[in-house]
Design a binder for this molecule. Structure first.
Ligand code: GLP
Length: 239
């Protein structure tokens, strides 16, 4: 994994958006997306680049990294709804080409297997975008995660629910989610990790020191990826 440290969070968003735009212009057809505060400004920049110099989104499928379990269909905080609002809609990608695990299925294990099959059926993920949890999670692979894990149902760590509370305007975030597993994430042809700000500082600094997989810091799995890029701002990565 190549690490880029840039001056500010805004520079990090700009660099990430440029990298994604370049990939889309080269015809990437399956884009794996993360949600959350880190990627919001990245998607805003990408959408604005598309408005100024449109790129072809006809062949594009957008696949989600993770999705909450327990939110009603159409709930504002569903990650799929967020991606349709912030990215797919403005890029002209229709909802039928925005894929998420079926978190409403009665058999969630089967729905998880079907999601992995869907990714394979699409030809695999070309570029997977990843944010970083304060505890070092990627997707919702919390500390203790297994390197060989595929898409599955997980319990969210207290710390994760605490940091995601701000998106739920007073109500409690769900306790469970379905996430691409670490092995699923590593199958992507390319991965891009972005982390900025002081809240990510501890996780980023631990990540920079540990180049072998440590289950307590799931993002360390990314060192095994042959085509990975990490973009950090100085606040997160600096001394
Ligand atoms: C969240 C989501 C991820 C996200 C990461 C960082 O809990 N599961 O998709 O990328 O953790 O979130 P944020 O960018 O809001 O800090």
């Amino acid at each position: 994994m190549i690490v880029q440290v840039v001056e500010s969070a805004s520079n990090a968003s700009e660099s990430a958006a440029r990298l994604i735009e370049a990939q889309l212009r080269q015809g990437v057809s399956v884009l794996g997306v993360a949600t959350g505060s880190t990627f919001q400004p990245v998607y805003e920049r990408l959408v604005s680049a598309h408005r100024q110099r449109p790129f072809d989104t006809q062949p594009l499928h957008i696949v989600l990294l993770d999705e909450y379990v327990g939110l009603s269909v159409g709930h504002y905080n569903r990650y799929r709804s967020e991606i349709i609002r912030a990215l797919a809609g403005p890029l002209g990608v229709p909802p039928q080409r925005v894929h998420a695990p079926d978190v409403d299925a009665s058999d969630l294990d089967q729905a998880c297997r079907q999601y992995d099959e869907l990714l394979t059926g699409l030809g695999g993920v070309d570029l997977q975008l990843l944010g970083l949890g304060r505890n070092g999670h990627i997707g919702f692979n919390e500390p203790g995660a297994d390197l060989s894990a595929r898409t599955r149902l997980v319990q969210l760590a207290r710390e994760t629910r605490e940091s995601n509370k701000s998106f739920f305007s007073g109500s409690e975030p769900p306790r469970q989610a379905v996430t691409q597993g670490i092995a699923t994430i590593l199958d992507a042809r390319e991965v891009l990790l972005v982390a900025t700000g002081s809240e990510k500082r501890s996780a980023v600094q631990r990540l920079l020191c540990r180049h072998t997989f440590d289950p307590d810091l799931p993002a360390t799995a990314l060192w095994q990826h042959k085509s990975g890029t990490a973009i950090f701002d100085r606040t997160a990565a600096g001394p």
